[in-house]
Design a binder for this molecule. Structure first.
Ligand SMILES: Cc1ncc(COP(=O)(O)O)c(C=O)c1O
Length: 383
């Protein structure tokens, strides 16, 4: 258990809530979830499902009709034909990373993954006794992969490569050339790649390239996606993986042993999400783009801060190196002195030092308030 890490967003949220109980007013920029409500037609589908008996256990890999809908959705959005047998439905997308690492990584096996990156990758690799091999993401390239290092660090010992684009925490999006190079190396060394595409819909500029769509990657790719972000369904716990059928069988067995199945009425709501009106998602993404521009502009006016405009997700990753302070100290002072909850870049790995992560999945009024309150604290920290 000592090797298992955590996700600091939940810890900072708890500290912020404790301050709120003492009467402090906090602006929450720490947690990564859309502030939008789940669209009405999806909520209606869940209500209907509850009223018509979808309150029982279902198959461990997911309801057949949802697996069909997901296979269709992935076929359409990734441009490669996917069958329902390749789909495993889980409570949220997070179990796909946990189960994939459990299934593929033995003690001593190496896993190459982005750093700064979603902290659960490294945590679970450590948990199973694997060896995390971080690939630094470089601000100069819009937080792309350092391909030179990637090529040096992938070896015969590598049993899994993890990529995430659009990225948490940087908002970076991997270029086609980067994804193609990762795929080429994975194919030649026959290494599976977990492609975390949960922020696929939150892409503001340029093209989205799915690893799954590249030639020859079907046998090597595990796609992770879900409903939490695209349909503002974080609390419903509904996600999925798409992978070669032998691995899908292993993940299904892990589901039998842990969850039995994902909630049946959530799954039926998921069909409505995939097959229903996509306007609410488009509207939400357009609003996030506006907020991105507002927050990037505001951050670049703050003392000691410089911030690139990220191409995706709903996070910014401002550089605070000019302040000459540790990220953790800056985040802590912003919480205590400005009442603004943000995460230190180091919550996403050692290469996050010198950065903060802010989620802009909150109202424009909150973002403006946060920026106003941060200014004097950062001025004090930098002097
Ligand atoms: C990169 C990344 N992958 C996966 C997830 C997990 O999403 P879910 O809520 O569906 O488990 C998150 C959630 O924050 C994420 O940021």
């Amino acid at each position: 258990m000592a090797r298992l890490g955590t996700e600091s967003a939940f810890e900072v949220l708890a500290r912020a809530k404790a301050l709120e109980r003492q009467g402090k007013e906090i602006v929450h920029l720490e947690i990564g979830e859309p502030d939008f409500d789940t669209p009405e037609h999806i909520r209606d589908a869940a209500k209907r499902a509850l009223d018509t008996g979808a309150t029982h256990y279902g198959p461990s890999a997911g309801l057949p009709e949802l697996r069909v809908a997901i296979a269709r959705h992935i076929t359409a959005t990734r441009g490669t034909p996917v069958t329902p047998e390749e789909v495993v439905v889980t409570p949220g997308a997070k179990p796909i990373m946990f189960f994939t690492i459990m299934a593929l990584v033995n003690r001593g096996d190496e896993v190459v993954y982005p750093n700064p990156g979603f902290p659960i990758y490294e945590s679970v690799v450590n948990f199973v006794g694997g060896v995390p091999v971080p690939i630094p993401l470089l601000e100069e390239t819009g937080f792309g992969f350092d391909l030179r290092l990637f090529e040096q660090r992938v070896s015969r010992k590598t049993k899994l490569i993890i990529v995430n684009s659009p990225q948490n925490p940087t908002g970076g999006v991997l270029a086609r050339s980067e994804i193609e190079r990762v795929a080429e190396i994975a194919r030649s060394l026959r290494i599976p790649v977990l492609s975390d595409e949960i922020y696929r819909d939150f892409l503001y500029d340029g093209e989205f390239v799915s690893l799954l769509s590249l030639p020859g990657m079907r046998e090597h790719a595990i796609l992770l996606d879900g409903f939490s972000k695209s349909f503002a369904m974080t609390g419903w716990r509904l996600g999925y993986g798409v992978m070669p059928p032998p691995l899908a069988e292993h993940l299904t067995r892990l589901m039998v042993n842990s969850n039995s199945c994902t909630a049946s009425f959530s799954q039926l709501a998921g069909i409505a999400a995939l097959e229903g009106d996509q306007t609410p998602t488009k509207r939400m993404v357009a609003e996030f783009k506006r907020r991105r521009d507002l927050v990037v502009e505001g951050l670049n006016r703050l003392p000691g801060v410089s911030c690139r405009s990220p191409r995706g997700a709903f996070y910014v990753f401002p550089n605070i190196q000019k302040l000459g302070r540790k990220s953790a100290e800056v985040a802590d002072r912003l919480l205590r002195e400005a009442g603004v909850a943000v995460l230190p870049g180091t919550a996403f790995g050692e290469h996050g030092e010198g950065y903060l992560r802010l989620s802009y999945a909150t109202s424009e009024a909150n973002l403006r308030k946060a920026l106003d309150r941060m200014a004097p604290v950062l001025a004090r920290l930098g002097s």
